[in-house]
Design a protein around this ligand. Structure first.
Ligand code: GDP
Ligand code: MG
Length: 160
């Protein structure tokens, strides 16, 4: 966290990224983490987590009016997820590019959904759609004590 001499705390951009239950069941955890790691984002939180129904509902509350909302909540609580915080400049938009389009058949090859999925209802991974929602979702899924502040020795080799 950087603090200007006056004014508010400027926090590095963070995204909430989640490997959904199908990604965990299919053994894609390492593959997905590798893509964010090798891109150069910094991991700030990580846990395997069985999602309570009320949390799944809150996470997707903006979609509550959609016909697929019930199925979506059932999907997210159908098995453990891997909940992650990734940090870095532009991480929210870049994570969405790494993840690919919502409909995996429309997702480009080379993206996670493009490479590993065929249906919107089993699209393997979640990424926040704005920095504001990133912070909202991190607040929903992580306790403050689960967010790890650490210095990555590799950073000078990634950023000038
Ligand atoms: P995302 O930001 O790319 O994950 O997409 P959205 O925020 O629009 O939707 C959230 C999640 O709801 C998606 O990742 C899908 O798992 C699911 N979803 C979205 N649209 C549909 C749909 O038309 N049918 C079904 N079954 N699930 C959907
Ligand atoms: Mg979304």
């Amino acid at each position: 966290v950087a603090r200007q001499s006056t004014g508010p705390v400027i926090r590095a951009e963070r995204s909430y990224v989640m490997i959904k239950p199908d990604g965990v069941q299919r053994g894609l955890v390492g593959e997905i983490i590798t893509r964010f790691e090798r891109k150069g984002f910094q991991l700030k939180g990580l846990k395997l987590f069985q999602t309570p129904e009320d949390l799944a509902k809150e996470h997707y509350k903006d979609l509550a009016s959609k016909p697929f909302y019930g199925k979506l909540v059932d999907y997210i609580i159908s098995g453990p997820v891997v909940a992650m915080i990734w940090e870095g400049d532009g991480v929210v938009a870049s994570a969405r590019k790494l993840i690919g389009a919502t409909n995996p058949l429309a997702a480009e090859p080379g993206t996670i959904r493009g490479d590993f999925a065929v249906e919107v209802g089993r699209n393997v991974v979640h990424g926040s759609d704005s920095p504001e929602n990133g912070e909202r979702e991190i607040g929903l899924w992580f306790e403050e004590t689960e967010v790890v502040e650490w210095t990555r020795d590799m950073t000078p080799w990634l950023k000038e």
